[in-house]
Design a protein around this ligand. Structure first.
Ligand SMILES: Nc1ncnc2c1ncn2[C@@H]1O[C@H](COP(=O)(O)OP(=O)(O)OP(=O)(O)O)[C@@H](O)[C@H]1O
Ligand SMILES: O=C(O)[C@H](O)CO
Length: 514
């Protein structure tokens, strides 16, 4: 019973954190209007029925809606490239405040099912390019960007085709490339990325409002930095393809595009310095651009912490930038759960297994100071009989080798569950109710209909009773099938597309069994 209560709490915490990152709230905090003056951060713009909206990403539909509420008749026209099915999902969840009015001047184009660029998103990207290209210096181009923007703004440089672009990005993603690596390649294979949109919009005044889904909020990589100056090079793309052993697999046109780009003026060495000409060309086009990050996972984490506190948990924020291999991170979280249980169980008495646990965690990248602090707070919570809530967030990667269905969150949770099952042998875990949840705030983990999954220390044993061997599902990247089968799929978290996107959240809840 206790475990089910914790699982429900974890789902609630996740939903609360989603609410805190609704695009509407963040847009209202960022755009201020007084008379005909629009203020965005420290910049002001004169409004004169001169605003053109272009938007792309999983969270931009709600951003468009709020921009319309704020700017009203100043909006002339607009195009938004949004994920397939998002309007009907938002309607079915009653999220009317995310939906632009039927008389909206912004044309919504749905595309890129499962984050794969398609003809619809290609058309949206072409229309976006056309719209910004016709804008002059008195026009304001309001660019609304969120994660998923790369797939929703495909602009392959000929002779590369849309299909070939998809193939290359999927190959890299499945090999476990980070979003920075993936988007480095996209920036050199596509026209509108890496500052390309800013270039097309020049000389208009460009305001980019960006909801971050990238660790450390690096502008250059969110949706492949369409309005920010790029500092990567075609050579880096060759190196990446080589490192991932893909040089012999990618289509010939990839080499054509990268080679052409290497030879272009932008990348020729400036004879006077080691800098490339590219920097000055790009900074020229970006000088009219005001890029503003309007929100990130820190907001989501803080609201979850607050809610956990109101439920009576003692809370601790572990990290807002969890990266690395999902399977390894899953093991790390399991060890961390065990470490916390041991810390509480040992009541400050010498405990050799605790020392070993700490050593393992240090080995997996957690810092000594962090573990000391964690021990201290957990002991305090235990002394006043508080259950514990640890939160983390970020984006991991998976080296997909199998043919199964899954996503990085479900993969991580399955890996954690396997490790917890092994740790159960040490006997301390059985004295605590625990839940571990990892889920994507966009509501879609990989190409599945689940946002993520949760587990406790009994999951693997339950699966074994059904003749399901968790290790096999992990090896074949089939975590979704696994979670769908155990306990009638109750460990899966299904939110539908959420209309926001600030990476993934991890939630650990631990409570002593009374
Ligand atoms: N069967 C699978 N098992 C585990 N992970 C998978 C599987 N298939 C895909 N993935 C992982 O899912 C991720 C891609 O999912 P998706 O396209 O939804 O990315 P995303 O990061 O959520 O998108 P964006 O950042 O653009 O919003 C990659 O990390 C990929 O390795
Ligand atoms: O669209 C993308 O490139 C990713 O979501 C990172 O922003």
């Amino acid at each position: 019973m206790e475990a089910v209560k914790l699982r429900n709490h974890a789902f609630e915490l996740f939903n609360v954190s989603l609410k805190s990152v609704t695009p509407c709230t963040m847009m209202l905090n960022s755009l201020k209007i007084s008379g005909n003056i629009l203020s965005v951060g420290d910049q002001s713009y004169v409004l004169n029925n001169n605003v053109h909206i272009v938007a792309f990403g999983k969270a931009v539909i709600g951003m468009v809606k709020t921009a319309e509420d704020i700017l009203g008749d100043h909006i002339v026209d607009g195009i938004a490239s949004i994920p397939s099915g998002i309007q009907s999902t938002l309607k079915s969840f009653g999220k009317w405040d995310f939906l632009p009015s039927v008389t909206s001047k912004v044309k919504l184009i749905e595309g890129s099912t499962n984050n794969c660029p398609d003809e619809n998103s290609l058309r949206a990207a072409q229309e976006i390019k056309k719209l910004v290209t016709k804008c002059g210096e008195n026009d304001i181009v309001l660019v609304l960007i969120s994660g998923g923007g790369s797939a929703l703004l495909p602009s392959p440089t000929p002779p590369l085709t849309l299909q070939e672009l998809s193939t290359v990005t999927q190959m890299l993603s499945k090999k476990g490339a980070t979003i920075q690596q993936l988007n480095t390649v996209r920036k050199h294979l596509e026209e509108l990325k890496g500052g390309g949109l800013a270039k097309a919009a020049f000389p208009a005044q460009v305001i980019s409002l960006i909801l971050s889904d990238v660790v450390n909020n690096d502008l250059n990589f969110i949706a492949s930095g369409p309005t920010s100056q790029d500092f990567t090079t075609p050579q880096q793309c060759f190196d990446l393809l080589e490192n991932f052993d893909l040089l012999n697999c990618v289509p010939q046109s990839v080499f054509t595009v990268l080679n052409d780009r290497s030879q272009s003026e932008e990348f020729k060495k400036d004879s006077e310095s080691e800098h490339t000409l590219k920097k000055s060309v790009a900074s020229f086009h970006c000088r009219n651009v005001h890029n503003v990050i309007i929100g990130s996972n820190v907001i989501a984490l803080n609201s979850a912490l607050k809610y956990a506190d109101s439920l009576g948990y003692g809370t601790y924020l572990l990290s807002s930038s969890v990266t690395g291999d999902a399977e390894e991170r899953g093991q790390m979280f399991a060890l961390l759960i065990n470490y916390i249980c041991r810390t509480m169980y040992s009541k400050n008495k010498p405990d050799q297994l605790l020392v070993k646990n700490e050593f393992d965690l240090l080995h997996r990248g957690l810092e000594k100071s962090q573990l000391n602090e964690l021990c201290k707070v957990v002991t305090e919570y235990d002394q006043c009989s508080k259950p514990v809530c640890i939160l983390a967030a970020g984006e991991t990667t998976v080296n997909v080798v199998g043919q199964g269905m899954g996503g990085r969150n479900q993969h991580m949770v399955l890996s954690a569950a396997i490790e917890l099952n092994k740790l159960l042998e040490t006997d301390v875990l059985s004295k605590y109710a625990i839940t571990f949840l990892s889920a994507g705030t966009d509501g879609q983990d990989g190409p599945t209909d689940a946002a993520g999954a949760s587990c406790d220390q009994t999951l693997i044993k339950q699966a074994l009773k059904l003749n399901l061997k968790a290790e096999d599902f992990l090896r074949t990247n089939d975590s979704y099938t696994f979670f769908s089968k155990v306990d009638a799929g109750r460990y899966l978290l299904k939110t539908g597309l959420t209309g926001t996107n600030v990476m993934d959240l991890q939630i650990i809840l631990i409570s002593p069994i009374s």
